[in-house]
Design a protein around this ligand. Sequence first.
Ligand SMILES: Cc1cc2nc3c(=O)[nH]c(=O)nc-3n(C[C@H](O)[C@H](O)[C@H](O)COP(=O)(O)O)c2cc1C
Length: 193
Amino acid sequence: MKKSLGPKLLGLPAPAWVVGTYGPDEKPNAMTVAWASIFCSAPPCVGLSIGQRHYTHENILARRAFTVNVGSDRYVKEIDYFGLVSGRDADKFSVTGLTPVRSEKVDAPYVAEFPLVLECVVYEEHDAGWTTYFVGEIRDVKADEDVLGENGLPELGKVRPLIYGSGVRQYHCLGDHLAPAYSIGRELETEDN
Ligand SMILES: Cc1cc2nc3c(=O)[nH]c(=O)nc-3n(C[C@H](O)[C@H](O)[C@H](O)COP(=O)(O)O)c2cc1C
């Protein structure tokens, strides 16, 4: 029997992505987000829920641009740190030793060491409670060559992104490749039920 847990934010799993922005004096900043996902395909957009008191919120409003950085599981400590401390109080790139690089297409920095980066400009924004949901149009995706598969696209098993469990507040890493998507479900149509 299922137990009712009430209206909690428990859509599992969530990503643990890192949003790159510039502050007023060109200071690069990075902030962790879990309330985030791909938003629409045409134009290609990603959506991020950002608390209005965060330095990142102020930076996105000022520059109308950000990057989404997908880090590998070996950067779990750095990704957590980016979500613990505000860029108003620390230079998070200096503390972590990670490298900010100016994006080619948008006015925001990305994390050089992370294998996958989405460069975005603000497409639209929606205030909800104490957060703003920023929809960013993806202007370019950059990926390290060693995470690309045979079809030239990034593979989960090579990127090794973090998986975040809201509620219990735990990071997990990727397990085994289970099955191909958009095809394994078809087997149900041919199995005898
Ligand atoms: C795993 C994790 C996920 C987080 N997800 C979000 C999120 O989706 N939205 C948000 O506003 N803050 C989120 N936070 C909190 C911010 O990352 C944190 O307050 C950060 O210090 C803000 O940085 P800034 O002030 O430099 O922008 C998350 C923190 C962690 C550790």
